[in-house]
Design a protein. Structure first.
Length: 341
């Protein structure tokens, strides 16, 4: 299966977070064929009930190529024209996955070994795959993590801090609001104050940002709402302590609950000579790996600006270039054998 055909086959499998197993099963067959041809070994690493990571090792891996198999909703299948492949996961991150498999074949054909492929579940939601992998390292010294960076090495990426904000109220007839207490009003007041928090900036990573991603609650227009909730996410460029304190103060003031759901710190990453660099605002599994699979690098084909959208796509030319970049990086890191600053 060639690079474009593999990308399309992966995109055509719905692997929305929590439903990755069809891709796991498909890739398992593909990777077992690769391992058989080149004396490698394939391992399914359980990350959560019914959800497996896939690892294939050749020799004694010092370098690991890794990306994720899950996608955000909604799923839509692949299509193709002369220049691009379209569909959910095309650039985030199934095209990247296909390029890593193709790079592995290229390396093995030339006699290069001592590297691994690690494909994980859950990056888009719970990082279950990276958590499981971090708890079971295999001695790799370098991790090349794949996300859409337009084939440029990311020198840093923002962190994330996600909360669920919930409010409780008292039901009443909307004609007599004094007899009740609106959870929606309390939630909106708390969100308004949280949105007014002055967020930190960083010379390399830029500005922190905040998004109210979901909001729901209430029973009917003529009923004072007894419950309401929202999910919010900060993109971090600094330590979160002052931000956590500000959220806690807003929650206490408006008598709502702010439950921290996810935290990943901002990271600063290394460069390699000869590869253009960038800085990205999104978060990856790199903080969750926490160095367990070696010093991380972040690079992949595709643009983050079309990831998670109805126009998700990846350039065929970037896919071809990514294969060469990944193969070159593996060879370079195997040859230098030292940490890169």
């Amino acid at each position: 299966m060639d690079l474009f055909a593999l990308t399309r086959a992966l995109v055509d499998l719905d692997s929305t977070t929590g439903r990755e197993q069809p891709v796991v099963d498909f890739l398992s067959v593909r990777l077992c064929e690769l391992a058989t041809r080149y004396q490698g070994r394939v391992e399914r690493m359980n990350a959560a009930p019914g959800r497996d990571n896939l690892l294939v090792c050749f020799g004694n891996p010092s370098v690991t190529l890794s990306t994720h198999m899950d996608t955000v909703p909604p799923y839509f299948p692949a299509s193709e024209d002369d220049t691009h492949i379209y569909g959910r996961g095309a650039c985030d991150a199934k095209g990247i996955l296909a390029a890593m498999v193709a790079a592995a074949e290229k390396l093995l054909d030339s006699g290069t070994r001592d590297f691994a492929l690690l494909f994980v579940v859950g990056e888009e939601r719970d990082s279950a795959g990276a958590i499981a992998a971090a708890a079971s390292p295999r001695g790799s010294r370098f991790l090349i993590n794949g996300e859409p960076t337009e084939n440029r090495l990311a020198l840093g990426s923002k962190g994330t801090l996600r909360y669920e904000i919930s409010a409780r109220g008292k039901l009443a007839h909307s004609a007599y609001p004094e007899l009740g207490h609106s959870a929606i009003h309390a939630l909106l007041d708390a969100l308004s104050e949280i949105r007014s928090i002055v967020l930190p900036q960083d010379p390399l990573l830029g500005e922190s940002t905040m998004n109210v991603g979901t909001i729901s609650g209430g029973r009917a227009p003529n009923v004072i709402a007894d419950e309401a909730r929202a999910e919010i996410m900060f993109r971090l460029v600094a330590e979160p302590d002052s931000l956590r304190a500000a959220v806690a103060r807003a929650a206490a003031k408006h008598k709502v609950e702010a439950r921290e759901v996810l935290f990943n710190p901002a990271v600063r990453l290394a460069a390699l000579e000869g590869i253009p660099t960038t800085v990205v605002a999104f978060t990856t599994d790199i903080p969750t790996f926490n160095g367990a699979w070696g010093q991380p690098f972040l690079i992949g084909p595709g643009s983050i600006h079309v990831a998670h959208t109805a126009e998700e796509r990846i350039s065929k030319q970037e896919l071809i270039e990514a294969v060469e970049i990944y193969a070159r990086m593996v060879r370079q890191l195997l040859t230098t054998g030292v940490l890169v600053s």
